[in-house]
Write a new protein. Sequence first.
Length: 124
Amino acid sequence: MADIMSILQSSYAAAPQSLIAPGSKFAKVDPTKWAGTWTGTDDKKKPVTVSITKVSGFRANVTVNDVTEGLQNARAFITTKNTFRVGNSQFVLTGAGKAKLITIVADPNTGKQTALTVPLALKT
């Protein structure tokens, strides 16, 4: 029984506890840089779409649709480092009309985690 408890305790301690990194800072963002539909293709040539709406202050409504994670909806908190998280994915604004979506995927057989990066462009 002690072995099970120690395994649970170490797994809980190693697991991420928050979608927002400790020490993250927030400030109002320019909605024109964020709002809209962002599109790209993943490593399997499947479409990835991120829709960002209702940008207000440092908050936004986000819908991510990709093959890896499926459809996800969230109210995101945009940090001063031009990033936000939705599920296992992180959206990073890299320039005017350019971004990338980084998703952490675990292999079900080995447990090995890899980061899949999808470049995105803002549809005009």
